[in-house]
Design a protein around this ligand. Structure first.
Ligand code: HEM
Length: 524
């Protein structure tokens, strides 16, 4: 046969095969297009099976459905009772529970260091993405959400002096001003001992005004003018969003992460239009007065401006504003939640309330200073017990397992898996905190508890987080609380207005309570 006829023959048969493949592919495609619902169903099933079995976590116990998708978890968070669900999961499944396709909840004090230790490589997970503040220039470098360890360490280092105990002592004068406003309001309310006082609201307004004063030297005066700048309303709206979308953070860019959608969902209550603007304008105003005094007392922002003036490379203008803004977002609600818990729990437990009053009234005089009240052992125990029983941030603080994976609770966990400890659950471990649901401040007293149990409790106390991301404002918050509680107990006698009616709270990023109503009598 001629060589060219072989080529023609080969060409014809190849063409035949190609045509056959195209025809059958077209048939299959036609068939599949006709059965599109079948294709989608198979795709979803494969995706769900990959979620459950493709991540090396299927041996870790947990609620079955949640291993397939994050939708059930997001729904539970949205409902606002995730703290109770997490507790039940841990009571049923143990210390390590799989609560999502690649999400594990940990309630083991021995693993705290692995996940949150100072030198850990477990960085913040994408749970925090929807909490990211941004302005016209883009994402704002907020230490609360920063995954970049280098920037985070630099920012924390360069603001450390503003959060230090010695700076905090200077800030007392700013808190005194807000205390006076609260006392004026309570004095008016006390004129009629039958008055039912919305104490939850006043404590919230106090904490917001105090943190503004501490940060900027002036407040929004929410105590007297109400929430006219919508700062409190902004948090109430955004917190459930952050917590819920934090479970499925890829959704964020289609929602509040998209400026147009943000406007639709939040109106003018976004960080940029609201808080960011307030923070920026207050910092600008402050710059004009910088250097007005050599001795202080210096506000938080003033200290950062001084740091910047002496070492311009240490902190940028945007970072400075973020720190100040961070104080408001992180320090107002958390402090007021703690104040409400202190009064609510101690007023529910009369013996505890009387013990606290007795300690305060026999050791403190007006004006109450931080350094004098700080020494009261029962007051300190009450504050710690309030933070244990109702941690302001009870939700799991997510971290990502680093490259190479990690051993957690005897299981090898692949890199990229998200893990975290919910403080609400850890604080209710009966092996560490006997009778965990009860209000027992005395468990924290050296004289009433043995040394080992105290050390175990301290190790498991997670209200302020841990490691590199531990709360920066702890001293500030403690100063506000330690000054205010004795002051109020010196001035008034309190009672719960509706002792049979429990408070209510919805857990999202935080757990702000409603329904702490009291009646008060002015003391002579
Ligand atoms: C009782 C009151 C407070 C509680 C219970 C509390 C709790 C916490 C917790 C649990 C974290 C760690 C979050 C995480 O790892 O994701 C945190 C971080 C933080 N808190 Fe607080 N906080 C309180 C008050 C304050 C105050 C008054 C301020 C500011 C003056 C503040 C500023 C911050 C900042 C800046 C961070 C981020 C630290 C970082 O990631 O490096 N907090 N807080």
């Amino acid at each position: 046969m001629h060589r060219s006829s072989i080529h023609i023959h080969q060409f014809t048969s190849t063409k035949f095969y190609i045509m056959a493949i195209i025809t059958s592919t077209a048939h299959i495609t036609d068939y599949l297009v006709g059965k599109w619902y079948l294709v989608i169903t198979v795709y979803i099933c494969l995706y769900l099976l990959k979620n459950r079995y493709g991540r090396g976590l299927h041996k870790i116990p947990g609620p079955f459905l949640q291993s397939f998708s994050m939708i059930p978890r997001a729904w539970q968070v949205w409902q606002g009772n995730i703290h109770q669900r997490d507790l039940k999961f841990h009571q049923k499944y143990g210390k390590l529970v799989r609560i999502g396709p690649k999400l594990l909840s940990l309630a083991d004090v021995n693993e705290m260091n692995t996940v949150y230790g100072i030198t850990t490589k477990f960085y913040k997970s994408s749970f925090y993405d929807p909490s990211t503040p941004y302005d016209e220039e883009g994402i704002v470098p907020d230490p609360f959400i920063l995954k970049d360890k280098a920037i985070h360490s630099r920012m924390k280092r360069n603001a450390a002096n503003a959060y230090s105990l010695s700076s905090v002592l200077q800030l007392e004068a700013y808190v005194d001003e807000v205390e006076d406003k609260l006392l004026a309001i309570l004095d008016r309310e006390a004129e009629n001992p039958e008055n039912v006082i919305p104490f939850d609201h006043y404590l919230h307004a106090f904490a917001m005004d105090a943190i503004f004063m501490i940060s900027f030297g002036k407040s929004l005066n929410i105590l007297e003018n109400g929430d006219e700048h919508k700062v409190m309303a902004c948090f109430d709206t955004i917190m459930p969003y952050m917590a819920t979308i934090g479970q499925m953070p890829w959704l964020h860019k289609f929602l509040v992460g998209n400026p147009l959608m943000a406007k639709l969902i939040l109106g003018d209550m976004t960080f940029e239009t609201g808080l960011m603007k307030i923070a920026t304008s207050q910092v600008e105003e402050f710059k004009k007065n910088l250097g007005r005094s050599e001795e202080g007392p210096f506000t938080f922002t003033e200290r950062l401006l001084m740091n910047q003036a002496s070492k311009p490379d240490s902190i940028t203008g945007r970072e400075l504003i973020t720190h100040a803004l961070g104080n408001i977002t992180a320090g107002g609600d958390t402090t007021s939640i703690t104040l409400r818990s202190i009064f609510y729990f101690s007023l529910q437990n009369k013996e505890s309330y009387h013990r606290l009053c007795h300690e305060v009234r026999s050791n403190c005089t007006l004006p109450v200073t931080f350094s004098s009240a700080q020494k009261l052992p029962y007051l300190n125990a009450v504050i710690k017990e309030a933070l244990r029983l109702h941690p302001p941030m009870p939700i799991m603080l997510g971290r990502t397992v680093p490259e190479g994976g990690a051993n957690i609770c005897g299981h090898y966990i692949r890199e990229g898996t998200e893990v975290g400890i919910p403080s609400y659950v850890l604080h209710r471990d009966p092996a560490i905190f006997p009778d965990p649901d009860s209000w027992k401040p005395e468990r924290w007293l050296k004289a009433e508890t043995d040394k080992d149990s105290l050390a175990d409790m301290d190790r498991a106390f997670f209200a302020f987080g841990g490691g590199a991301h531990t709360c920066s404002g702890k001293h500030i918050s403690m100063m506000e609380i330690i000054k205010l509680v004795p002051l109020l107990l010196l001035k008034y006698d309190f009672e719960l207005a509706f002792p049979q009616r429990p408070w209510t709270f919805r857990v999202s990023m935080l757990a702000p309570q409603k329904g702490v109503h009291v009646t008060i009598k002015k003391r002579a």
